[in-house]
Write a protein that binds this ligand. Sequence first.
Ligand code: C2E
Ligand code: MG
Ligand code: MG
Length: 693
Amino acid sequence: MTDIAETNAQTLILVVDDNELNRELLIRRLEKRGFATAVASGGGEALDKIRTLPVDLVLLDINMPDMDGIQVLEAVRQTRDAVDLPIIMVSAHDESARIADAINKGANDYITKPIDFLVAMARINTQLSVKRAHKQLKESEERYALAFRGANDGLWDWDLGTGRIYFSDRWREMLGLGADELGDTPQSWFDRVHPGELENLKRAIENHLLGQSDALEFEYRALHKDGDFRWLLTRGVASRGADGQAVRLSGSQTDITRSKVYDPITSIPNKFLFMDRLEWLLDREKRSPMGSFAVFLIKIDRMGELRQSLGPVAGEDILIEMANRLMEGLRDEDTVTLINEAETFTVSRHDEGDFAILAEGCRDETSTPKLAERLHNMIKKPLTLRGENLLLTACIGIVANVGDDGNDAVTVMQHATNALDRARAKGPGNFELFDRDLQERALKRLKMETELRRAVADGGLHVNFQPIVHIDSGKVAGCEALARWTHAEYGQVSPVEFIPLAEESGLIDAIGEWILEEACRQHETWPNKDCIDLSVNLSLKQMQRDGVENRILSILERTGMDPHRLKIEITESIFMEDMGRINAILTTLHAQGIDIAIDDFGTGYSSLAYLNHLPITHLKIDRSFITDVSTDRAAQAIVQSTLLMAQSLGIKVIAEGIETEDQVALLKVLKAEYGQGFHYWRPLTDEDFAALL
Ligand code: C2E
Ligand code: MG
Ligand code: MG
């Protein structure tokens, strides 16, 4: 293949024409010249192909039925300019007005039908060569910019035969050395290398000489004439003789000291320096408090996308511009409204499009959002880059009052990241303050979960018993077992808090079974156990586990408890489950003599149909109805109708949460049989309950 044909083969021309004959004719001739081709028979298809294929040039018919060539042209030009995607219009010979229109709208050129292929080829080639030249120019600009930033290296060249090394002036200057202040042997180099890295450097060189690495690349510290160490990066490649033996080793050396503490792109402090300063400030706060400060973590939105579309050099330019804006914006006295004289900012660059700022004078939660607004304003000022107008935004995560709670630098940055993540979740251009409460709640939960696990194992749980009485006589008929957790730090933790925690962490099975077994064991010790019923709560999660009925029955067996004295309390949420399965479990339990109570009746699932179909023996009317029963007619009506319905179904009712004499009086009138509540007794310890009996 000739050179031209080779270039053509990589060039994709899209032919758009509604006439098949025209299409075929053009395609055949283009392919003869070695071009890759694609076709579209209408405007919509053309736009699709332009979007999805790497099309280099379009031959676009002006007259097409569905969407004419000019409309297609206009649509393409919204996103692709004439250099990026040349478009040559194909028209009838008497259409000068439309051709003029097309050229005004961004067509590069035109050819007329019937097509003179020689003319067409000349026009196509002109457009393609303009495009290629432009692309090369752009690439060389990128290369030049990158090369320019990488210049300034020192050079070295080691002749392995003579054992002498040539060091360039720049190499020596990096260490502050004049021409006669450095020998020409490897030893004079190694003498200046920090002992911490010397052995590894020698090993890296040896490995490369032995052919075990493609190139030498090593970072190390070397002694500068001023007595300090500098960080250097040395790179080298061996030249080898015909036998593969290395004969010389040469390479470059770069001073990377700044990049160890300064960001090489923006020249502002990098993450290490930032963390250093943060640690120092936290330390100072601990020793002699000067007031808290704030940390801002900034992430430029869509940075990856911008880098992709504009190229890496433009990406770096954006970072440099942002660094400048932040530095200058924070220095600018006119806009300083909240900042006192002691205000100091450390602006630093972290990863990708991330910047972090230490605002030492930002002492409270009201000044931080104001500063965030200012930062947003600095960032979103229009930016012109290589002729493109960009509008940038950023998300900001803020930690206020840093230094108040004794957190270390890593934790502070985790908090900042956490806030930034929440800001980003809201969308571009948002900021969020780190929420200590939110974090604390999450941490407390995690801690509690661990401790609950331990409590289950170490006997930190116990059971209380709340008497259930005959309302008429006031005599104790039974009790409800209620779980209690005494925590060393938080004291009594409510089951309302720890039962859900146990459900989430999977501890509920162990806890539920322990409580049932413990309650049954206690029940066995009571003098008049044969006329005292025991209610135990069973969580939905426990019911969902296979074999729950067998585990309950085996506990009864182990403890010797009479199943006829046991009542299982379940809530209405159970009826959202697989009813066939629930029915089977309850039926098995009931067949052994165990009663089934619906707890908190009236607060959940509203269908009453299940009362008929399941072996339900008791309803516990929820406390919320009882609380209002003596004052609110609606509550009274609900209690009354529940009692009536239960009575007709042969189900017994327990009124929960009775607190006053008035409630008792009314429940007596309504003929409620059983009651439970603080008016009678609060939940009692096992000893107190046994004593009561
Ligand atoms: P519940 O089963 O409805 O238990 C009744 C709750 O109401 C108990 O709260 C009890 O102390 C409280 N109470 C009783 N009488 C009164 C009163 O007159 N006034 C007021 N204001 N409250 C009264 P507790 O012990 O905090 O338990 C709360 C919930 O935690 C229970 O509600 C139950 O759903 C759950 N729970 C308790 N122990 C266990 C258990 O061992 N397993 C399971 N799965 N859940 C349990
Ligand atoms: Mg209950
Ligand atoms: Mg209840």
